[in-house]
Design a protein around this ligand. Structure first.
Ligand code: PMP
Length: 358
């Protein structure tokens, strides 16, 4: 029996995608080979690769002057590849620090350049977002980095400013959960294992004019321009991870695309937040307007019962709800592949647990 899986990542995948991957595991489309066994330069894999790129471009409405890059190294790899690819002759970059992940990005960039913190909500415990008017940019930054959904702290930007400086956005934990206006972005990046695939694939979408600023020391396999010029097959790409992401892209199109997904994701998030807010037994510390639709951290007002809560959840097949160690409590991740029935089962259990203990 499949569990209701609320993992923050690697996370739940659509059952239809897993079933298709299973049925094609030994023999992909009559080739007598698994996708894992194909040459990345062969005709069969090329067709998988091209379809994944085209479906993603359509789903996200990626403008023509942006390149889609399939990479490796994870979200954290990009924390280094970003300064290595964007600094050019500049020596400073700006960071908006709104949680654990943007803080890690800023700390990693310090190995390559000076970093200026344009805004931070650390003093507020990363429970809100800084207004754009509070961002204080430095004089000549190479770029401004922001994490548009903080997976651990549960804060999400629903809008981003239009800046003159390239905006670099870590969208790892909510990409493809709703439409976005990419024209505001210089670079968007995301690891796949949360909302559109499995570990091993990292996506970068880069505005073409930004491909010209790589430092000479940037490794070739992580140089965006080199990857773009080779259609993401400069070296062996993570072929199976790209194949699976491609199946997820097709699934997302079948669901009605990102506008339809947004409606579903909003319904799921509202159900959980409304349940938390309606009780004085559970609490979420994030300011209402900044609450993430994808990652919902919550606590029992009486923290001593947390282990009991989690044990009961596991018994009901509601899995991977333990909060991140830096925050504690619980966290429910409600990615695209988590259905409304899973969230309903979770809130039913929360209400049952509350009734039994008060
Ligand atoms: N950014 C965000 C927002 C994340 O949630 C994560 C992973 N939890 C990362 C970056 C790091 O990704 P990876 O583990 O693939 O390096």
């Amino acid at each position: 029996m499949r569990a209701f899986n609320f993992s923050a990542g690697p996370a739940a995948l659509p059952i239809e995608v897993l079933q298709q991957a299973a049925s094609e595991m030994l023999d992909w489309h009559g080739t007598g080979m698994s996708v894992m066994e194909m040459s990345h330069r062969g005709r069969e894999y090329q067709s998988i690769h091209e379809a994944a790129l085209a479906d993603l471009r359509e789903l996200l409405a990626v403008p023509d002057n942006y390149k889609i890059l399939f990479m490796q190294g994870g979200g954290q790899g990009q924390n280094a590849f970003i300064p290595l690819n964007l600094l050019g002759t500049r020596t400073e970059a700006d960071y908006v620090v709104t949680g654990v992940w943007s803080q890690k990005s800023q700390q990693e960039a310090q190995r390559y350049c000076r970093t200026h913190i344009a805004a931070t909500t650390e003093q507020r415990g990363f429970t809100s977002l800084p207004a754009f008017s509070e961002w204080q940019l430095s004089d000549n930054p190479a770029y401004v980095h922001v994490c548009s959904n903080e997976t651990i702290n549960g804060v999400e930007f629903f809008d981003l400013p239009q800046l003159d400086v390239p905006l670099v956005v870590d969208a790892s934990s909510h990409l493809l959960s709703r439409p976005v206006d990419l024209t505001k972005y210089g670079v968007l990046y995301a690891c796949a294992q949360k909302n559109f695939g499995i570990a091993g694939l990292t996506l970068a979408i880069v505005r073409e004019d930004l491909l010209e600023h790589a430092l000479p020391i940037c490794p070739s396999v992580f140089t965006w321009k080199t990857i773009a010029q080779n259609n993401s097959i400069y070296h062996t790409p993570p072929t199976y991870a790209i194949y699976l992401a491609g199946l997820v892209f097709k699934w997302l199109k079948q669901q009605g695309g990102l506008t339809a997904l947004e409606v579903r994701n909003l319904e799921k998030a509202n159900l959980l937040y409304d349940t938390i807010d309606a009780s004085d037994f559970y609490i979420n510390h994030v300011e209402t307007s900044a609450r993430s639709r994808m990652n919902v951290p919550f606590h029992l007002v009486d923290e001593a019962r947390t282990e009991d809560f989690l044990r009961g959840a596991r018994e009901r097949n509601l899995l991977q709800l333990k909060g991140h160690s830096s925050v504690g409590g619980m966290r429910a991740s409600l990615y695209n592949a988590v259905p409304l029935v899973a969230v309903q089962a979770l809130v039913d259990y929360m209400q049952e647990f509350e009734r039994a203990r008060v």
